[in-house]
Design a protein around this ligand. Structure first.
Ligand SMILES: Cc1ncc(COP(=O)(O)O)c(C=O)c1O
Length: 425
């Protein structure tokens, strides 16, 4: 079997004692017991590493953050002033759980431009696409349900689905993405996967964009196996060579929940994203959203709606792409200079055609966690790849971000990684 169920639930379905969070107090002193779900959740490896990367002078290639220099401050300032001048009471009042109607309308229109036929009533505005993942866990998964994931996949999705008590089936694949045959087999299992979580565009962490033919084959396999798709697309607008092929949702609209985000095109602090679900399923997401937070902040929704209605994306997106393309090219050049064939260091990578990340495969004898300690000592941080794998593999991989650093920092950082690798040779 190419796919592996990797995270079995503990046999004993009781609550768990609160783990000692190293605050110097004895865990036994706490009257709290955490749920089995919560006991299974681990601190995010990325957040722990970002703490290291915060040290002065450290070059961080570890972050998953967009460049703050890309935030459209003037447009957001102007929209905020307008919303507070024109509709202050409405913006600060409780609002519908589904979201601000003009923003839902904008999303439907925007997705029509990508070939999706979406009624605004199918759109739920969320607090980022991360909330969309949490809601998928609540609405679609039972304790012990299997979710099929890519190898590697987005760590935040593994976290969200772990808190829904999911098991993971890691799909194998190749440079074009997960294998349709592996997905088809999941439908034949005694307990078929409840859904498959896919990131077709410039995946976090691998940067891979699934080509059109593979998308069609994956959607056909999912449909045949009756395994619905959760399609996560925060990076689709960040393309540097050519726009990505049409979404999986266009191949199987009734079988796809689609997640979008404004974090990478506007600013993540707005905490705004959206979920598009088939009409019969959307009310379930609305109910889960009501229980979570009633609604996404109305002020932010109105600000973003005003920003979008101004048409500024037409100028903003090309500028954003140009900024990040420069970073992508600088990192590719640095990798060739320091880790290319002539270095003899045995690393492999493929320059991404969009998104924010390079994915590096290290030679067989090198563990990325061990390399990280050496690299941090040399003033550079990255994210080891193991955390992005549901099947415990990935020890020889790492993720590098190129969007919050200068070309000089990229060169120095990649150079330091090469030096650290030489130490381990
Ligand atoms: C693949 C993927 N999905 C979802 C998210 C969450 O994004 P947000 O909640 O900011 O929309 C991220 C954030 O980096 C991501 O990389």
């Amino acid at each position: 079997m190419p796919e592996t169920v990797t995270q079995d639930l503990p046999a004993n379905p009781t609550t768990a004692p609160l783990p000692d969070q190293s605050l110097g107090r004895r865990a036994a002193a706490s009257p709290w017991r955490v749920s089995r779900r919560s006991a299974r959740a681990n601190p995010s490896a990325i957040r722990e590493i970002l703490k290291l990367a915060d040290q002065p002078g450290m070059i961080s290639l570890a972050g998953g953050l967009p460049s703050p220099l890309s935030f459209p401050l003037d447009a957001i300032r102007a929209a905020t002033a307008r919303v507070l001048a024109e509709t202050p009471h409405e913006a600060l009042q409780y609002a519908p759980s589904e979201g601000f109607a003009p923003l839902r309308g904008w999303v439907a229109e925007h997705l029509a431009g990508h070939g999706m036929d979406v009624d605004p009533a199918q759109v739920l505005v969320t607090a980022g696409s991360q909330q969309g993942l949490d809601l998928v866990g609540k609405v679609v998964l039972d304790p012990g349900s299997t979710v099929a994931v890519e190898t590697p996949t987005y760590l935040g999705a593994l976290q969200a689905f772990t808190l829904a008590d999911a098991r993971f089936a890691a799909l194998d694949g190749d440079v074009d993405g997960p294998s349709p045959a592996a997905l088809r087999r999941l439908g034949e299992a005694a307990d078929p996967a409840r859904c498959v979580y896919l990131l077709p565009n410039f995946q976090n962490p691998s940067g891979r964009c699934i080509p059109a033919e593979r998308r069609a084959a994956l959607a056909a396999a999912a449909r045949e196996a009756r395994v619905p798709i959760v399609e996560d697309n925060p990076y689709g607008e960040l393309w540097y060579d050519r726009a990505p092929p049409r979404p999986l949702a266009t191949h199987w609209p009734a079988g796809t929940v689609y997640l979008g985000s404004f974090s990478k095109v506007l600013a993540p602090g707005l905490r705004l994203g959206y979920l598009v679900a088939p009409p019969d399923l959307l009310p379930k997401f609305v109910q889960a959203k009501q229980a979570s937070d009633l609604h996404t902040p109305g002020l932010n929704q109105r600000i973003v709606s005003a920003v979008l209605q101004s048409g500024m994306l037409a100028e903003h997106l090309p500028a954003l792409r140009a900024r990040y393309r420069t970073g992508r090219d600088a990192m590719d050049a640095a990798l060739h200079a320091h880790l290319g064939a002539r270095s003899g260091l045995g690393c492999r990578w493929q320059a991404p055609s969009g998104g924010m990340f390079f994915w590096l495969e290290l030679p067989a004898h090198v563990d990325a966690g061990v390399l990280l300690a050496r690299a941090v000592a040399r003033g550079v941080a990255f994210v080891p790849g193991a955390a992005f794998h549901a099947d415990g593999s990935g020890a020889r991989t790492l993720r590098l971000s190129f969007v919050t650093v200068t070309a000089a920092q990229i060169d120095a950082g990649v150079g330091a990684i090469a030096d650290a690798l030489r130490e381990l040779a």
